[in-house]
Design a protein around this ligand. Structure first.
Ligand code: EPS
Length: 397
């Protein structure tokens, strides 16, 4: 079973991820990870912290001479801001400056429920871990998983399709064109006109001391039919993906395929008809192996009955506006119980482009996990043999 654990506080010395169950023999280079770490740091609307951090991974175990060796892989990302927080984040006893405690919980953050749950009167003990800084470690894990998926021609990427009420409409573009256009956009948005309006919206929010959310689309190309399962609830790929995406800070909604739209239209407009061609039409390049069965529509988002069906997996993630704002919101002090107006100086106005990269990483992790479950995960050689024989079986089916 592929799994990972992250550790590290937002202003502590480093973020750490330990990934176990990753097969031996997968080529992995620091650049594979650093590329996505850099993508997560970018994005119009990011705040001052990103001028301090330069996220780069260090491999501390599990990789030798550019190949995974099957042992747990330790990924470390140093927090450069730690040097400014050494006193506040000291692990040593009896060195705390009590005046620096955070007793004013921000509405929309984990501050209050976390402080009550864990018995803290200093909300820093919660916010340090609930901070979206932790997602840098998840992106490192997702990028690692992509190196495995790449061996089987599976490509996972994301783009921003909405900021506040500005909707992108890249409908006329192919997936490759979307990927290319999004990669050169500082909003990770493939629709140039919409990007201009999105930036205006972010500027407007910034001027008012406010924040904005949005929606990202995550697409996985090349996923073969048969990942996930229909026999037990916890095996269903859509359920697992939705849970993983929902675990990202600020996500408040997840949709697979046309999701919420399907709830409002006739079934005849929803279900993707089935076609067959022993050799798939060229236009379907990028679809995963599915034994010659294919669809002309993909409203299901590549998953039927909890199992991948060979079409691209398409997910939408809705991100709420960041709760750390300069506009005051009413709150109550944890210690004095006095009301006050919550506000904070340094934050991001919009983190949707960054959050899209995180959702992409979570998708890559879940797909790699499902892939290993189906094809075995001790070594690359064994997985390739199992995968190839499955492809042969699909061809003969
Ligand atoms: C965050 C607040 C900001 C963001 C941070 C998430 O950090 P700070 O409190 O240091 O100004 O920059 O995001 C990151 C550091 C990151 O790497 O994404 C929060 O409160 O969640």
């Amino acid at each position: 079973m592929l799994r990972y654990q992250t550790a590290g506080e937002s202003h502590g010395p480093q973020l750490t991820a330990i990934v176990s169950g990753f097969p031996a023999g997968v080529p992995v280079a620091p650049e594979d990870i650093n590329r996505d770490l850099a993508r997560r740091q970018k994005g119009y609307g990011r705040g001052g912290r990103m001028n301090i951090e330069k996220d780069r991974v260090q491999f501390l175990s599990g990789i030798r001479f550019g190949l995974s060796i099957g042992s747990p892989i330790t990924l470390v990302i140093p927090n450069l801001d730690f040097q400014n927080w050494q006193d506040v984040m000291s692990p040593l006893p009896a060195s705390e400056d009590i005046s620096r405690r955070v007793t004013r919980p921000r509405p929309g953050h984990a501050d209050l429920p976390g402080a009550l749950k864990y018995g803290h009167k200093d909300a820093r003990n919660i916010l340090e871990r609930s901070s979206a800084r932790e997602t840098a470690a998840r992106v490192a894990v997702g990028a690692l998983c992509k190196t495995l998926l790449k061996q089987f021609n599976i490509d996972v990427f994301s783009h921003v399709i909405r900021i506040a009420d500005v909707q992108a409409k890249p409908d006329s573009l192919s997936f490759d064109e979307i990927k290319q256009a999004a990669s050169v956009s500082d909003l990770s948005c493939a629709d140039v006109n919409a990007s201009q309006r999105m930036k205006k919206k972010i500027d407007e929010a910034k001027a008012k001391g406010d924040t904005v959310g949005g929606v990202a689309e995550i697409i996985a190309m090349g996923v073969p039919v048969g990942l996930g399962g229909v026999m037990n609830w916890e095996e269903r790929l859509d359920g697992i993906l939705a849970g993983a995406i929902m675990s990202i800070p600020s996500v408040k909604g997840v949709e697979i395929g046309i999701g919420f739209t399907a709830a409002g239209i006739f079934g005849s407009l929803v279900h993707d008809e089935i076609f067959y061609a022993p050799t798939k039409p060229k236009a379907l390049n990028g679809h995963g192996p599915s034994g010659g069965f294919y669809r002309k529509t993909n409203n299901a988002g590549g998953i039927e009955g909890g199992i991948s069906n060979g079409e691209p997996v398409v997910i939408h993630a809705a991100f709420k506006p960041i709760p750390t704002m300069m506009t005051p919101k009413r709150s109550v002090d944890l210690v004095t119980k006095e009301p006050f107006d919550a506000s904070k100086e340094r934050s991001d106005v919009c983190a949707v482009p960054a959050a899209a990269v995180v959702a992409e990483a979570m998708t890559a992790f879940i797909l790699a996990q499902a892939f290993i479950a189906k094809f075995g995960g001790d070594s690359m050689g064994e997985m390739k043999k199992n995968y190839d024989s499955y492809i042969q079986y699909l061809k003969r089916y």
